[in-house]
Every structure is written in structure tokens, then in C-alpha cells.
Design a protein around this ligand. Structure first.
Ligand SMILES: Cc1cc2nc3c(=O)[nH]c(=O)nc-3n(C[C@H](O)[C@H](O)[C@H](O)COP(=O)(O)OP(=O)(O)OC[C@H]3O[C@@H](n4cnc5c(N)ncnc54)[C@H](O)[C@@H]3O)c2cc1C
Length: 266
């Protein structure tokens, strides 16, 4: 649990960032607090973004935009998402704890934290998403995932090009609502493919070799083998590296098939 000395509702992103930048170690942006409350911290200033209208999921100017304060439950139920990308963004959160939890946990807290186990980043990476940060501007999620994590900026929204891409998501868990021990997203736009693998247990990364294999006419099995060869895997209490590598072959194959490669169109 945490304690808070001062709780602030800034009325603009500029004011929120000004508060954060005064002392990024002790002044903290709040998401749904589901993760924050697992630790023991003394927060000097808690910065609540809920009065800034960042909880919307919208489609405009050829982009799907998900505000940082949108909850995982909004992601799961938004009609704008259910009907796009093979329902990937709705499906990827369906096994995260339970509905009450998903009503609290936010997209901002999930993406900014770049958890290794994240279903959300593994799925978004497969859609070539970008993140809009207050200070650093808009950058590809793939680049953001590779950057060191400093809690000194504000994630404003996530954007995905509304390009008609089809996609599929597969995760593997020891029990239904546990953290995933592997999370795979695959998307396809004509002959262009993206394959992402998360919970390795390190955070999600794309497999360029698996994507190239599919684009060149390779089979889903060959793509799975390419991803297993290219990416690194580790061991934790949920699974060993060898098991994760073997199951990557299976999940990439299934997701590629679901995107219409040697199987049914998603
Ligand atoms: C028990 C448990 C089980 C979980 N299981 C899963 C799972 O199976 N799959 C999965 O994908 N995830 C899982 N998660 C992670 C969860 O889905 C959220 O990603 C996590 O709780 C963080 O979201 P939050 O809104 O609660 O963020 P908070 O706890 O409020 O914040 C987390 C961190 O992010 C920062 N932050 C929050 N919002 C922003 C922002 N807009 N800009 C910059 N920084 C920000 C905060 O300052 C803080 O440092 C689990 C979490 C818990 C506690």
C-alpha cells in the first residue's frame, strides 16, 4: 500500500507535467492504482489525470485512439475495438484478473510500465501502435518498448492506424487469470505481417524473421520456428526458457493461421 501527502487534480496536461517534473521520484502519475498499491511507497504528490478527458476510445482521421485513462474493461467492451483488428484489443485483456480489476486498471499504466508479462503491449505491438507522450511526442511503441523506463513523462494516448489489418492474439497461462507465461500477437495487412512475442518473460518484442518468413510465403509453422530462433527466452517461476521457446512455435503458428495464413480468415 502507499501513502499520499498531497492529491492533485491538474486541469491541463501542462499542469500535470509541471507537477511531475518538480520531483519525478516522489510525484507520481496515477493510473488505476492496481499496480501502485501492490508496493510500499510514500508519494509526495499523487497526480490524478481523470479530469482531463483522457478516458476516450475514438476513431478519427484514419486512426484508432485510446486515451491513457481508458480502462482495460473499456478496451474489452468498446464497439470501436471489437469490430477492428479481428477483435485483438478486446480479446487480449479478457483474462486479466477479473472484470472489477479491469474496470480500474488503465491503458496508460499498462503501457507506460512496459511490464514483461503485459498482454496489452504484446497485442499493441502487433498492430504497429504508437504512443503519444506529453514531453517526447509521438513515437512508435516498438521504440518506446526498447527505451529505459523512467517515470518522468506522461502517456497521453495510444494510436493505431485504422488500416483494416486483421490480427489474432494467443496467450498461455497456467490458470485462467494468472499472468501469461507467453503472449503472442500477429497481424496482417495484405502481404505485410507483424509478429510480436511477450512474456518471454522479458517484455514484448517483434520477430522480424517470422514476419519476413510469412511475407515471403512461408508456412505458419516456419514462422513459429523463425520467431523461436530469433527471440530470447528466460526462465521464471511460471515456465522455463525451453518451454517458452517451444510454445512460441505453437502460438505463432495458431495466430498466423487465424490471420488467414494456411487457415481460416480471422
Ligand atoms: C494482481 C495483478 C495481476 C495482473 N495481471 C495482468 C495480466 O495478466 N496481464 C496484463 O497485461 N497485466 C496484468 N496486470 C497489470 C495491470 O493490467 C495493469 O497494467 C497495472 O495494474 C498498471 O495499470 P494501472 O492503471 O493500475 O497503473 P498504476 O498502478 O496506477 O500505475 C502503474 C505505474 O504507471 C505509471 N503511470 C500510470 N499512468 C500513467 C500515464 N498515463 N503516464 C505515465 N505513467 C503512468 C504510474 O506512475 C505507476 O508508476 C496485473 C496487475 C496486478 C496488480
Amino acid at each position: 500500500m502507499y501513502t499520499i501527502k498531497s492529491y492533485m487534480f491538474p486541469q491541463s496536461l501542462e499542469a500535470a507535467y509541471e507537477l511531475l517534473s518538480r520531483d519525478p521520484k516522489n510525484n507520481v502519475i496515477l493510473g488505476g492504482c492496481c499496480w501502485l498499491k501492490m508496493g510500499r511507497r510514500r508519494l509526495r504528490t499523487a497526480i490524478d489525470l481523470t479530469q482531463l478527458g483522457l478516458d476516450r476510445i475514438e476513431v478519427r482521421d484514419g486512426w484508432v485512439e485510446i486515451g491513457a485513462c481508458a480502462t482495460l474493461r473499456q478496451m474489452e467492451t468498446a464497439p470501436e475495438l471489437a469490430g477492428r483488428f479481428g477483435g485483438l484489443l478486446s480479446r487480449c485483456v479478457a483474462h486479466i484478473v477479473g472484470v472489477q480489476f479491469r474496470n480500474c486498471a488503465t491503458v496508460g499504466g499498462s503501457v507506460y510500465s512496459r511490464f514483461g508479462f503485459s498482454d496489452v503491449t504484446a497485442a499493441l505491438l502487433a498492430l504497429d501502435a504508437t504512443v503519444v507522450l506529453y514531453r517526447q511526442g509521438e513515437i512508435p511503441l516498438a521504440d518506446f518498448m526498447a527505451m529505459p523506463i523512467h517515470f518522468d513523462d506522461i502517456l497521453v494516448k495510444v494510436r493505431v492506424r485504422d488500416d483494416g489489418r486483421t490480427a489474432a492474439y494467443e496467450s498461455l497461462r497456467r490458470s485462467t487469470t494468472d499472468l501469461p507465461l507467453l503472449a503472442v500477437g500477429v497481424s496482417r495487412l495484405d502481404d505485410e505481417w507483424i509478429v510480436s512475442v511477450g512474456a518471454r518473460p522479458a517484455s514484448a518484442r517483434r520477430s522480424a524473421e517470422a514476419a519476413a518468413c510469412l511475407a515471403a510465403g512461408g508456412t505458419p509453422e516456419e514462422a513459429g520456428e523463425a520467431a523461436a530462433r530469433e527471440l530470447t527466452f528466460g526462465t521464471d517461476l511460471r515456465a522455463g526458457a525451453d518451454y517458452r521457446r517451444e510454445m512460441t512455435k505453437v502460438l505463432v503458428r495458431r495466430a498466423a493461421e487465424a490471420c488467414g495464413k494456411g487457415g481460416e480468415q480471422a
